[in-house]
Ligand binder design. Structure first.
Ligand code: PLP
Length: 513
């Protein structure tokens, strides 16, 4: 029970403590407070370099640009590291475009994605020379109009939505994991349909103030397999070929394959249900029968059945960055020429999000209370000072993160518990997992929280969001300070007619706080 994937990255165990690079996680909590999001600068740099090197090794036709998805972790310090590594940047919103400017990315390697885009957003993109990804019919004329007003050229890529005919395995994003990927891919709004592209591409090409530099696609992580990536690239190459033919032999300068590669330890776990593990569903039938015929035996039998139910983080590593690189580059090199496109000189771009940031981050939280119910069913709650509302990105995708007790990292797993958060919800962050003996004050570490987690925190229960720390070797820096209650209430405005309703006693309470 609870065998774990190896810590072969920024994490290690020394004298029973979990370390991130040269930092003892216990020291981090003592210095900066609890809970914390912690990121490793060196891990981020190592990951970027692996993407760069492996895709460059495979893509022999031209240059490669890694343009990480800013949304996965748009913290400014983190984005500065990526700019320093020579990366480009995939952005979605006007706010992310701002981050890209502040971090100092070269504009021609900023990929401005998203639908819809406001006129102002389009204007700023054209002004700086970033790449606009066309992702709706409505924005086509707007782009030409704005570029004309500015007397500038808009550099655009057409976002395709290649039909995944060759990949009909169920998508991880589907209910119960049972809907074919090519069908689920249709549910995602990103990209123009093939018919739209064929209808509008000639018009886009003919526009005076628009220059088409290439193509874009992003289907995301429907499956972690390299087979999925081969199928995706096959479909992409086919559609690129057909569009280029329609455009009288147009040759793209850039081909962007988007993101969707899995995090190495891959926290995706289809069976995770945070309310009650799915395995408990079968209790219902047993419960009904016993209730009818042997009510006195109902709890003992349910207890017995529940003992067999537990949740274990994924034990099998995802394909490596190198394996993904091989699948993508070899398929494109093979397929593009088949469809009349010579890859020579084309820049290959990729936009990894989760796979680049995931294992750069951990979340540290302190155990605050332990409840150990014995009857009518045994149920142990280990309650921490974090909350599921700070993991919405992962919960949305059924994550069950690998974990350690940071100050007892070597201790054997002896008990099954619910690790809970502190919101008023059930807040079962980790339902029915095995952990060592623990006490109040111990530090629970969730691994692989570097992508989509910190950036999706909310203020539910008026909880101020935690700080983020960047570790570099033995140094640690605050890169996003913890919120204060003042921050939380900052946007609230009480209209004049409600101010006077405030009872005097409440005034006293606020003052006394
Ligand atoms: C979200 C997104 C990505 C990154 O996806 P991951 O699954 O995190 O790798 C890349 N490109 C675009 C356009 C996106 O929307």
């Amino acid at each position: 029970m609870g065998t774990k994937q190896p810590l072969d990255d920024c994490l290690s165990i020394q004298d029973g403590h979990l370390y991130i690079e040269g930092q003892d996680c216990v020291d981090l909590i003592n210095t900066f407070g609890s809970p914390l999001f912690v990121f490793s600068e060196d891990q981020l740099r190592r990951n970027v370099r692996r993407f760069k090197e492996s895709f460059s090794a495979g893509w022999t036709a031209g240059p490669v640009k890694v343009m990480p998805a800013a949304k996965a972790n748009w913290n400014l310090a983190v984005q500065r590291v990526l700019a320093d590594e020579g990366c480009g940047c995939d952005i979605y919103s006007p706010g992310e475009l701002d981050i890209a400017f502040r971090a100092g990315f070269e504009p021609r390697y900023i990929s401005v994605n998203g639908v819809p885009k406001s006129e102002d957003h389009i204007r700023r993109t054209i002004q700086c020379g970033a790449r606009l990804t066309i992702d709706s019919v409505e924005e086509i004329d707007l782009i030409e109009k704005v570029a004309k007003e500015l007397a500038q050229t808009a550099y655009v890529r057409i976002r395709l939505r290649p039909t995944l005919t060759e990949f009909t395995d169920p998508s991880d994003f589907s209910a119960e994991g049972k809907v074919p990927t090519d069908v689920v891919a249709m549910a995602y709004k990103g990209g123009l349909s093939f018919d739209e592209v064929m209808a509008y591409a000639p018009r886009i090409m003919a526009m005076d103030h628009v220059e088409v530099t290439g193509f874009h696609e992003h289907h995301g992580r429907h499956s972690r397999t390299t087979a999925y990536w081969r199928a995706q690239m096959k479909a992409y190459a086919r559609e690129i070929g057909m569009v280029c033919k329609e455009l009288d032999g147009f040759k793209p300068r850039e081909i962007d394959v988007g993101g969707g590669f899995a995090i190495p330890r891959d926290p995706f776990n289809a069976a995770t249900d945070y309310n009650t593990p799915r395995d408990l569903n079968r209790l219902n039938k047993v419960s009904r029968i016993l209730q009818a015929v042997l009510p006195g035996k109902r709890y003992p039998v349910l207890q017995k059945l529940m003992e067999g139910v537990s949740a274990t983080p994924n034990q099998i590593p995802a394909p490596t960055i190198e394996e993904y690189a091989e699948a993508v580059t070899s398929t494109l090199l093979e397929e593009l020429p088949k469809h009349g496109v010579d890859p020579e000189g084309i820049m290959l771009q990729l936009e990894p999000g989760r796979s680049l940031h995931g294992n750069t981050g951990i979340h540290l939280t302190t155990i605050q209370a332990i409840k150990n119910a014995q009857a009518p069913l045994k149920w142990k709650h280990v309650i921490t000072d974090t909350t599921e509302f700070w993991f919405t990105g992962g919960r949305y995708e059924h994550h069950l993160h690998d974990y350690r007790i940071a100050n007892k990292a070597d201790a054997p797993f002896t008990q099954k518990v619910d690790v809970c958060g502190r919101s008023c919800y059930g807040d079962r962050i980790m339902p029915f997992i095995y952990i060592p003996e623990v006490e109040v004050g111990d530090i629970f570490a969730m691994l692989d929280t570097g992508a989509y987690q910190e950036v999706s925190c909310s203020n539910f229960n008026a909880m101020p969001r935690p700080a983020s720390i960047l570790v570099k070797g033995r140094d640690a820096h605050v890169i996003r300070r913890a919120e204060t209650l003042e921050d939380v209430f900052n946007r609230d405005v009480v209209p004049e007619h409600l101010v006077s309703l405030r009872a005097p006693e409440n005034d006293e309470l606020v003052k006394d706080r």
